[in-house]
Design a protein around this ligand. Structure first.
Ligand SMILES: Nc1ncnc2c1ncn2[C@@H]1O[C@H](COP(=O)(O)OP(=O)(O)OP(=O)(O)O)[C@@H](O)[C@H]1O
Ligand SMILES: [Mg+2]
Length: 428
């Protein structure tokens, strides 16, 4: 598809369109006949791929890490270019989008709650205030605090330690409190201390250099299958999107291995997930926009526990997976919501799709990679031979992915798995 800047339609300002969902947002804007402008840093814009740069009608070059300056620059830009809607693509800038929309009088999210969609401490408070089932948690600044908290907070034996602000599973560890709490006495490696250090390692988010909250959360571990569900919200009204099953690695690092849609949940439980996701989105102030919510359902229960929500389109090519399975374009619906229109979330096809990520067994240098071409699938490489491959501790280690379409989710997942199994990945 050729994406061209449409000269006549309403203008949308996207705060940092770089990243996985950006391409879907640009395609959607093209379908809706919208002009798309980017708000970003000059040096980040200089590094945009040609495909992204050429699709833009213009750029508001500013410093997104300096909120007063960014708001002033973007406000002037919005007025000069008759901007009709503000969208965010990068999770860490979703609060900025809410503040800008409020300032220029465009449809947006509640600016008073907006940081709760980015910061997991505020998010936990918002979920508790709204009575939304979520893991119990405590916030810590170092290992000693974590040990004390674990002894007193009764969070259970298996714990999740994660950064207050980050994404892509960066710095998230699942640890056994039994192996580490009494480390000083019994010589067992202090898993909790290393997990807290991992969660606190990110002081700034690149490429913008945004300062992050370096506190860590220690959470109760929620067992069970994991799902995600996106919710478009227009004028405070929730329009649930399909539930997607999420597969991850086991063990200390939970990295997505794939997603599939439909979820395979019985319809009544899928509706519960949609309802819970909508409540989570509203709890963090989403009013005109979209939220991506992740839940786990403990075995033997029908209660979705919310792991997190973000006021943004999903990553991981989920826009493609959901559209292939249902015909619904999440990005179109999101843009409609930020323009104050009724979002089109009615499924038009009954199909299934799955994505499977190619992950390395360990870090190193990518020597060879090939994914066989297979009917019903298409694939993409994220890394090339010669590139360094990070340790498989977060989603940065992905080498590529396969998307498969079929009549049922099981078949789509099976097809994507078979292609992944026949792929050749050599890391040394
Ligand atoms: N309390 C928890 N109980 C069980 N599993 C959890 C919990 N918190 C996180 N996880 C697992 O770790 C994964 C990553 O955690 P989380 O979503 O909080 O971090 P993130 O960096 O925002 O992730 P991403 O951007 O990859 O979705 C979750 O998808 C889930 O599989
Ligand atoms: Mg997550």
């Amino acid at each position: 598809m050729t994406i061209g800047a449409s000269p006549h339609g309403p203008g949308i300002l996207v705060i940092e369109p770089m990243g996985n969902a950006g391409r879907f947002l640009l395609e959607a804007a093209d379908r809706l006949g919208l002009r798309v402008y980017a708000a970003t840093h000059q040096d980040v814009h200089d590094g945009y791929p040609d495909r992204l740069r050429s699709a833009l009608a213009g750029v508001c070059a500013t410093d997104l890490t300096d909120t007063p300056r960014a708001l002033a620059d973007m406000e002037t830009f919005c007025r000069q270019h008759a901007i009709a809607g503000v969208a965010a693509c990068f999770e860490l800038f979703t609060p900025l989008a809410a503040l800008l929309a409020d300032r220029v009088g465009l449809p947006g999210n509640d600016p008073r709650l907006a940081r709760a969609a980015r910061n997991k401490v505020l998010m936990g408070e918002a979920f508790a205030a709204a009575g939304i089932p979520a893991p119990r948690w405590t916030v810590v600044r170092d290992a000693a605090e974590a040990h004390r908290a674990v002894r007193s907070a009764g969070l259970g034996r298996t714990l999740v330690v994660k950064p207050a602000e980050q994404g892509g599973s960066w710095g998230v560890s699942v640890v056994d409190a039994g192996g580490g709490v009494h480390a000083a006495e019994d010589g067992v490696p202090d898993q909790l201390a290393s997990a807290v250090a991992a969660a606190r390692q990110y002081a700034y988010a690149q490429p913008h250099g945004l300062k992050l909250d370096t506190r860590a959360l220690v959470q109760e571990y929620i067992p069970g299958e994991e799902y995600s569900c996106d919710t478009v919200i227009a004028d405070g009204v929730a329009y649930p999107l399909p539930v997607v099953r999420k597969d991850t690695t086991e063990g200390r690092y939970r990295i997505e291995t794939g997603h599939s849609c439909p979820s395979g949940l019985p319809p009544s439980l899928a509706r519960k997930v949609q309802h819970t996701a909508a409540r989570a989105a509203l709890a963090v102030g989403v009013r005109h926009g979209i939220a991506h919510t992740e839940v786990k359902i403990p075995p033997g229960t029908e209660t979705p526990y919310v792991i997190e929500t973000g006021a943004r389109l999903p990553g991981d090519n989920l826009c493609e997976v959901v559209e292939a399975a249902t015909g619904v374009s999440e990005a179109v619906a999101y843009l409609q919501a930020v323009l104050g229109r009724v979002p089109d979330t009615v499924p038009s096809v009954t199909g299934a799709a799955a994505i499977r990520f190619l992950l390395p067994a360990r870090g190193g240098v990518l020597r060879q990679v090939s994914i066989p071409e297979t009917p019903g699938t298409h694939s993409e490489l994220h890394l090339r031979p010669g590139d360094s491959v990070p340790e498989p501790a977060d989603s940065a280690c992905r080498i590529g992915h396969v998307v498969a379409r079929a009549e049922t989710a099981d078949r789509a997942r099976g097809l994507a798995d078979r292609v992944a199994a026949r792929s050749r990945v050599e890391v040394s």
